[in-house]
Ligand binder design. Structure first.
Ligand code: SAM
Length: 939
């Protein structure tokens, strides 16, 4: 007999029930969570039981995965086509009566790690947790809240306000009262309309803005009378459509600042009368429709920066497209605060492939100063066919009729010879600026331009404009295929992007260099990455490491200077970048094996952080079907692995390490607060959250000439590195780089989270993207927005390990080629001044298995665009600190973010072989050492 649940437990069940998760399914999960979070109910209850719901949904996904691997081979028909989106498995959903709940599978390892005995869960009344911890230890001590910088500086848009006001509870209530379908995505997540209905809805919405021949809706789909004018809501009889929007990515240049938005459409009513819109919904002023937004963009692109037209408030439920426009137009009025990312609306749950929700890629141009683009950039036409989101039926976005003139493609240009099909061009695209992408480093070779528009056929399938209708078709040339960029994620093979140009200047495109080889029809084959191919499967670091052609190379020294004992170069699978047609494939065109590969991803391509960061971090792979290994788990803050001693107790923070008397923003105070003690009485950050010039300069000088900062462990005891290598007979210290620290305000300080001396602790605010590099470096990180010099990008987050533990990992990796190479950073910035450092205090951060976006930052010899800066936040001890990455110079959108790992490629005493450096820097140390290797007769 089961015991009666206590009140809190009962409430948790109730909340989950609303999400369609029954008690028996939830019970073991709840139990496990309580165990992990030391019975801290506050965690479980926060954000409307989000943690619990997340775990439950994660389990469901695991069950699906288990089912799909244990069940016989799925046919293609079952993964695409008619039964798409149907679920056959019982997820413990209370609505699936009569089926037993499945056995819960193990919760992800990160969640079940027990709290070490020393962890004290202190309370700090000042800090209201805003984001749920993924792990109890570091989340509890970390003050990372939603970045308030821009919130404090910028007025909130009505959309942001509305979304904020609308609590998750409201959504759940709405779902409950309306009996809508339950979405699996997360607690508080509203029910989602099914994919087909949504697509149809959107098609109708978008059709209402198209010239004429709108398709008839399919008979089986609900009839939704959608607006033919911008200000009408999407409401009709029993159906009301409303949505949330979220910025997915940003592409900005001097001339344009474009945000790709994502919208979830929510069908709140199914078969019952639509509810009156809530007050907050009514309060939203609906302004221009999507056509206006795009017209705006286009007029901006033509040099006319007009104020969007305001119209009367929406009467009914929120039209998601109006919301987009609304947000856009409101934002335009706002002052732009340099260097601080605009606040995002509250997180929108990410779409998970195969589920019944669909997301829409939209484009808007927010609050940036818009300058007219160059003539050249207007001449460039970019066709992006990969903006459609993960669902197999892409959503369509129609541009204003007049812009059809911008592109006059002939059928032959989209015919089989070109590798394109009509279907490839019916997806939304976005504006990009040629200058920015054309001049960017690395694989940034995309020119800019305006977007293709297709007309809508009676069948609903939109096609290109009839060439006959166009007066003088422009000669359009495809320039680039695979090595292009996207600001939005897609699923593996289902992405491609082409540049079309009728401009003579296109002949001198950056593509027409040694890296790109022209082939049929002016198409350019992108650079084939170096390195041996891995089988077309998961991006597994181990297999990549073993497949990479670096055997026999000298080993790298386990440098006390920021030892990054990383693995070897990643190789791109064979044929991954053969021809355009090779990758211009619909999901249903993928063979079974590829389908399986795509489904293997344990990460959402829309946001690898799974909502833990305040911005989404998508990942894209334009080359192959590789996905990010499931052995990697995203964590937002450092997390103790096992033995590391990291004491964050408030009692240890003295007066000299906090500014209890301060209020608000310490940077505004007349005198610098106590927290500037480390930095000589000066704040290291500017008011817009960047690293001040002098600090940046110091770090860059240091990076250039580290030898000057080398210091040795105090005499009389042994260096922890040497101790970990050989505990019984350690050698003497080989030296460490002595670092200067930045100290941020923290819990004991009187200032607010908006204080300018809290930057790193707020977490990632920039638009970043993880992408598969074309050079063979594996995954990399790039920015989707312009970054000024000194901008905080991200922290290097990982497991906190003792040096001994790390050494063991290294040895395992060394001994067994199937074991993943490790990516540690040594926290030795103050070892030379610390005496008698114990083993459990000699720490490093390893992001191999648990880490954040920084874990994907690749190495670049000498001239990387990031510098790493040691920052102390919670701990007065400097044996534990944060490693924060700031830009060393301005970085353009789509540029890869890199830093110098400070590897000695010639050091063959290092336990782990250095990878073959493919950084491409003129100062590459790896390249020169490879010459030396050759001299030595090595490969
Ligand atoms: C911290 S990880 C960076 C992310 C990694 N590229 C991935 O796919 O997961 C370090 C590993 O990336 C690869 N890598 C980083 N920089 C590289 C470079 N300049 N050339 C070749 N490989 C590189 C190496 O395999 C290295 O062990």
């Amino acid at each position: 007999m089961s015991r009666t649940p206590n009140k809190r437990e009962a409430k948790a069940y109730e909340a989950m029930e609303v999400l369609g998760l029954n008690r028996s399914f939830i019970k073991p999960i709840l139990k496990e969570l309580l165990k992990v979070y030391a019975n801290e109910w506050d965690y479980i209850e926060a954000e409307n039981y989000r943690l619990l719901a997340d775990q439950a949904f994660e389990q469901q996904e695991n069950i699906v995965k288990q089912e799909s691997t244990s069940s016989p081979r799925r046919t293609r028909a079952s993964t695409s086509g008619t039964d798409k989106g149907k679920k056959k498995i019982d997820y413990g959903n209370t609505r699936s009566a009569g089926t037993n709940p499945p056995k819960p599978v193990a919760i992800a390892a990160v969640s079940v790690r027990p709290l070490p005995a020393w962890v004290k869960l202190e309370e700090d009344p000042d800090d209201t947790p805003q984001t749920l911890p993924r792990t109890p230890v570091s989340e509890k001590v970390d003050t990372c809240e939603k970045p308030p910088t821009s919130e404090t500086n910028l007025p909130k848009t009505p959309v942001a306000e509305r979304l904020e006001n609308r609590s998750a509870r409201d959504d759940v209530d709405a779902v409950k009262s309306n009996g809508a379908r339950i979405d699996r995505r997360g607690a508080g997540s509203p029910a989602k309309i099914d994919a087909r209905t949504l697509q149809e809805t959107l098609r109708q919405v978008t059709s209402s803005y198209t010239p004429s021949d709108t398709a008839e809706p399919s008979g089986s789909l609900p009839e939704l009378s959608l607006p033919d004018e911008k200000t009408k809501s999407l409401e009709n009889g029993d159906h009301k459509v409303e949505g949330n929007v979220d910025k997915l990515a940003t592409v900005s240049t001097q001339a344009t600042h474009i945000e790709v938005l994502e919208a979830s459409i929510i069908d709140t009513v199914e078969g019952s009368k639509a509810e009156e819109p809530s007050v907050s919904e009514k309060g939203i002023a609906s302004t221009s429709g999507p056509d206006s937004v795009l017209e705006e963009q286009l007029s901006h692109a033509n040099g006319v920066a007009e104020e969007p037209q305001r119209q009367s408030p929406a009467i009914g439920g929120a039209d998601v497209l109006s919301l987009l426009a609304d947000s856009y137009s409101e934002d335009k009025d706002e002052p732009k605060v340099a260097g601080i990312a605009a606040p995002d609306p509250p997180a929108v749950q990410t779409s998970v492939k195969g589920q019944e929700d669909v997301e829409l890629a939209e484009v808007r141009e927010p609050h940036s100063v818009v300058k007219p683009p160059t003539e050249e950039s207007q001449d460039q036409l970019l066709v992006s066919s990969n903006v459609a989101m993960a669902e197999e039926e892409p959503l369509e976005l129609v541009l204003p009729e007049e812009d059809t003139e911008q592109l006059d493609l002939t059928e032959s240009e989209v015919g089989p010879e070109s590798g394109l099909r009509t279907a490839d061009l019916i997806r939304p695209s976005f504006l990009v600026n040629k200058e920015l992408l054309g001049t960017a480093d690395g694989d940034a070779k995309v020119a800019s331009g305006l977007i293709v528009l297709e007309s809508t056929t009676p069948t609903g399938k939109r096609e290109l404009s009839d060439p006959a209708e166009t007066a003088q078709p422009k000669r359009v040339k495809f320039e680039e295929t695979l090595a292009s960029h996207s600001a939005v994620p897609s699923m593996g093979l289902n992405r491609r992007k082409l540049i079309l140009s009728d401009s003579p200047s296109a002949e001198a495109s950056p593509l027409a260099d040694a890296e790109a080889t022209p082939f049929a029809d002016g198409l350019y084959e992108p650079v084939r990455p170096e390195g041996r191919a891995t089988p077309g499967g998961m991006m597994d670091m181990a297999s990549v490491a073993s497949a990479a052609p670096n055997s026999g190379r000298p080993k790298r020294r386990l440098s006390s200077r920021n030892s990054n004992a990383s693995g070897s170069g990643a190789a791109v699978p064979n044929g991954a970048c053969a021809t355009v047609s090779n990758i211009v494939r619909e999901p249903e065109d993928l063979d079974d094996e590829e389908q399986v590969v795509r489904k293997k991803s344990a990460h959402s391509p829309f946001d690898i952080s799974r909502g833990t960061e305040s911005v989404k971090i998508p990942f894209v792979n334009e080359f192959s079907s590789d996905v990010i290994s499931s052995s990697f788990k995203y964590i937002r803050v450092n997390t103790v692995f096992q033995d590391a001693y990291v004491n964050f107790s408030l009692a240890r923070v003295g007066e000299e390490d906090s500014c209890g008397e301060c209020t608000g923003d310490c940077l505004e105070a007349t005198f610098p607060c106590a927290c500037t003690r480390e930095t000589g009485g000066v704040f290291a950050y500017t008011r817009d959250g960047s690293l001040k010039g002098e600090f940046l300069q110091y770090e860059m000088d240091r990076a250039q000439d580290e030898e000057k900062q080398i210091a040795f462990c105090a005499s009389g005891w042994h260096c922890p590195i040497e101790r970990s290598k050989n505990p019984n007979d350690p050698e003497s210290c080989k030296g460490h780089v002595s670092r200067k620290f930045i100290k941020e305000c923290w819990h004991k300080c009187g200032c607010s989270m908006g204080c300018g001396n809290r930057v790193v602790q707020r977490g990632i605010t920039r638009k970043l993207q993880i992408f598969f590099t074309h050079e063979g470096k594996g995954w990399g990180l790039r920015t989707l927005e312009q970054l000024p010099a000194g901008a905080f990008v991200c922290e290097y987050v990982g497991e906190i390990l003792t040096n001994m533990e790390q050494e063991e990992r290294n040895n395992n990796a060394k001994a067994d080629p199937t074991v993943t190479h490790t990516y540690p950073i040594l926290l030795d910035g103050d070892w030379c001044s610390e005496k008698g450092l114990k083993d459990e205090e000699a720490l490093c951060l390893d992001a191999t298995f648990f880490g954040n976006a920084a874990r994907f930052i690749n190495h670049r010899c000498c001239d990387g665009n990031l510098v790493d800066v040691p920052v102390t936040i919670e701990s007065p001890d400097r044996h534990y600190y944060h490693v924060a990455f700031f830009t060393s110079r301005a970085v353009k959108p789509m540029e890869e973010l890199t830093w110098d790992y400070r590897i000695d490629f010639d050091d063959d005493t290092h336990p782990i072989e250095a990878f073959k450096c493919l950084c491409g820097s003129p100062f590459c140390r790896g390249a020169s050492s490879s010459k030396k290797r050759k001299k030595r007769g090595r490969k």
